[in-house]
Write a new protein. Sequence first.
Length: 73
Amino acid sequence: MSNKNPRINVTFDASIAGAISELAHQEHKSVSSLVRELTMEALEKREDFLLSDIASKRELTPTKMYSHEEAWH
């Protein structure tokens, strides 16, 4: 039977693995669920950073401004 969620194997050095294990224990979570949560947080931060970079570049580009009335009517 196949699993709909792919598995990814990651290897950490002993000190990082120990810290993750301890944090998972403190938060009453499994190590895998904590690593999944931390990975999602890191991806969201990276996405925010990239979108912020795009927005900053757009602010430097001269563009035509539209009033609310012009935009919605």
